[in-house]
Ligand binder design. Structure first.
Ligand SMILES: NCc1[nH]cc(CCC(=O)O)c1CC(=O)O
Length: 305
């Protein structure tokens, strides 16, 4: 029997809906005649908006409800921002496709200032990401860091309301929402590292549905998968989730994979950095190697273990 319809479980934020629509369009293009529908739903990560993510606890805050929908047969796949996907998936699930990565840089967004260096002494910067906070502390220890949660639109509205001189967001999210004009400057590697998997869209599905997996696999981008596999292996070896101050950036060179990793300390702005290279078939080992190098510098103390 060939499948005639695929139902995509998605969160309801504008960014999540854009990403799910994007996957739907790619699936329709790859499989003419296939019906593809969205099943929008709310997750715990969307509902608890008054606390920093790092304090809510529990990995996969944005995934659970979507996984339940797949287990109950209400959806066939879920679309996620890969950086919100824990290094270790729930049993029974797999990532049959990782789409080509977009702009992985962080964005400096401000109405009055062009970049970090232009901010006045003690300026208020909004971000709830521990990675972004640690990097900000390292570069500009004078800044006053304030929590900022909510979806991209909410965060921009809080900036425009004057609560902050600047905020940091992912370039990929702004670009997908047609908001690239809000990017005043880009914060890029090697000095500024994105979250593991940032700017990659992942498709999650049940690993006991071979017909579904086969339809989804055509959207996989092998180069992106290699890079994010190394980044996620590093994060996993560090015991990480999206709630620790960890950055990673893996590129493909003629000589194979190059991974640069970072563990930061939000309070002191101290950053540990390590990098290594490996052949393309050694992505996981490379991630583990860079994690070991970070542990050798004392990463366990910064990660609070
Ligand atoms: N945690 C929220 C989240 N998850 C993914 C993105 C951006 C898109 C991406 O990285 O693919 C964002 C928003 C942000 O960090 O500004």
């Amino acid at each position: 029997m060939t499948l005639s319809i695929l139902r995509i479980a998605t969160r309801k934020s504008a960014l999540a809906l854009w990403q799910a629509e994007h996957v739907a369009a790619e699936l329709r293009a790859a499989h003419p005649g296939l019906r593809v529908e969205l099943v929008p739903m709310s997750t715990r990560g969307d509902e608890i908006l008054d606390k920093p993510l790092a304090t809510i606890g529990g990995k996969g805050l944005f995934l659970k409800e979507l996984e339940v929908a797949m287990l109950e047969g209400r959806a066939d796949l879920a679309v996620h921002s890969l950086k919100d996907v824990p290094a270790e998936l729930e049993p029974g699930f797999t990532l049959p496709a990782i789409l080509p990565r977009a702009d992985a840089a962080d964005a400096f967004v401000s109405n009055d200032f062009s970049d970090l260096a232009a901010l006045p002494l003690g300026a208020h910067v909004g971000t709830s990401s521990l990675r972004r906070q640690a990097l900000l502390r390292a570069v500009r220890p004078d800044l006053s860091l304030l929590d900022l949660r909510g979806n991209v639109g909410t965060r921009l509205a809080k900036l425009d309301a004057g609560h902050y001189e600047a905020i940091l967001l992912a370039c990929a999210g702004l670009e997908r929402l047609g908001l690239a004009a809000r990017i005043r400057s880009r914060l890029t590697a090697p000095d500024w590292l994105p979250a593991p998997g940032q700017a990659a869209i992942a498709i999650e599905a049940r690993n006991d549905q071979p017909d579904v997996l086969e339809l989804l696999a055509v959207l996989d981008d092998p180069d992106t998968r290699l890079a994010v596999t190394a980044e996620r292996a590093m994060n996993h070896a560090l015991g990480g989730s999206c709630t620790v101050p960890v950055g990673a950036w893996c590129t493909l060179t003629e000589r194979g994979l190059h991974l640069r990793g970072m563990v930061g300390d939000v309070n002191s702005g101290r950053l540990l950095l390590a990098e290594a290279q490996a052949d393309g078939d050694q992505a996981i080992a490379l991630g583990q190697q860079v994690a070991e190098a970070l542990f050798a510098q004392g990463a366990d103390k910064l990660l609070g273990r």
